[in-house]
Design a protein around this ligand. Structure first.
Ligand SMILES: [Zn+2]
Length: 328
């Protein structure tokens, strides 16, 4: 459940524009929410719908507890319609169906709202159908088109929508949001260092594969520091089996880079920047094993390994070479 105060933290401009429309009592017939996955488009569209329907709204803020607010939360408000891709696309029939629903006046009020998710997936026929629909707006209808890819929406549709650009989130905001969503502080730090996409971060938090990445990185460090003779053995028997795809290996190396950044942070007493906050003891040991220069060199080596993986060098070779470099 989101409030405008929260949404303003994440997407100040878009939230302000929508809030203003209540202040000025001028709600557009159609909005295009454009921005990457995980930037809050869906959350904002739900909140906007609540503000439209809530009867106890104060300013722009819906009460979150009336019947309208509850029914929007549970996904069965009679005057709020969702259109989402069926399979790969949004088809003409779906828009026709929507249009038919709209020929009846609102069940509870005269207001009707529809939200089209992944609007760029509308087929040409669906787009043309929607265009007709937008050209004859009824006073009380509001459309929200959500898309990651604005340019692929028909110009004729775009020009009828008020455009709201959703910006990538900054890492601190992502971290705060993750903690609000119940992610542990230390995981939130790690995840927000890897992605500014809230949705991806939340998925990674639930992902067992990713949890094991973190463990493997710590184990690799342990081996490098205390059992250097077993480095290659560890890579071949523990590390590689977990990273079957190149993209997975890239993620593993990203986490490894964060570790060496932390070693540098530790050496420089940059307490507030440390990501592996639950690994203090290991970081202390690492700060004795690695100097600032050698940790920085390790970062360069990891970057080089990432580059080679992109260039299709065999992952095993890359990892073996990297391990030897890190042990220098
Ligand atoms: Zn309400």
């Amino acid at each position: 459940m989101q409030t405008w105060t929260q949404m303003k933290d994440i997407q100040p401009l878009a939230a302000q524009m929508l809030m203003n429309s209540f202040k000025k009592d001028r709600i557009s017939h159609a909005y295009l929410f454009q921005g990457n996955r995980g930037t809050g488009k869906r959350e904002m569209s739900i909140l906007f719908a609540k503000s439209i329907f809530c009867k106890n709204r104060e300013g722009a803020e819906p009460c979150q507890s009336c019947r309208d607010c509850h029914r929007i939360d549970s996904g069965n408000h009679p005057d709020l319609h969702w259109v989402e891709p069926e399979g790969q696309s949004i088809k003409k029939e779906q828009i026709l169906h929507l249009q038919k629903e709209f020929t009846y006046t609102g069940l509870e009020s005269n207001r009707k709202v529809y939200i089209i998710v992944d609007a760029e997936k509308m087929t040409v026929n669906a787009s043309n159908r929607l265009l007709k629909f937008l050209e004859e707006p009824s006073q009380q209808t509001t459309a929200m088109l959500l898309t990651e890819s604005g340019p692929t929406i028909l110009d004729t549709i775009r020009s009828r929508c008020q455009l709201l650009a959703f910006q990538p989130l900054n890492p601190f905001r992502v971290q705060e949001k993750l903690v609000e969503e119940g992610v542990s502080e230390s995981n939130a730090r790690l995840l927000s260092s890897l992605t500014n996409n809230l949705t991806d971060a939340l998925e990674m938090n639930e992902d067992e594969w990713f949890a094991n990445v973190r463990k493997l990185v710590i184990q690799l460090i342990e081996v490098l520091q205390n059992k250097p003779n077993e480095g290659l053995l560890f890579i071949n028997h523990q590390w590689m089996p977990h990273f079957k795809e190149r993209t997975q290996l890239q993620r593993g190396l990203d986490v490894l880079m964060l570790w060496f950044q932390d070693v540098i942070n530790q050496l420089l007493d940059r307490e507030e920047s440390i990501i592996f906050t639950t690994e203090r003891e290991r970081l202390n040991q690492a700060a004795m094993r690695w100097s600032r220069q050698s940790a920085a060199r390790s970062l360069t080596d990891i970057l080089e390994a990432k580059r080679k993986i992109n260039q299709n060098v065999h992952p095993n070779l890359v990892m073996e070479q990297l391990t030897l470099q890190l042990q220098r």
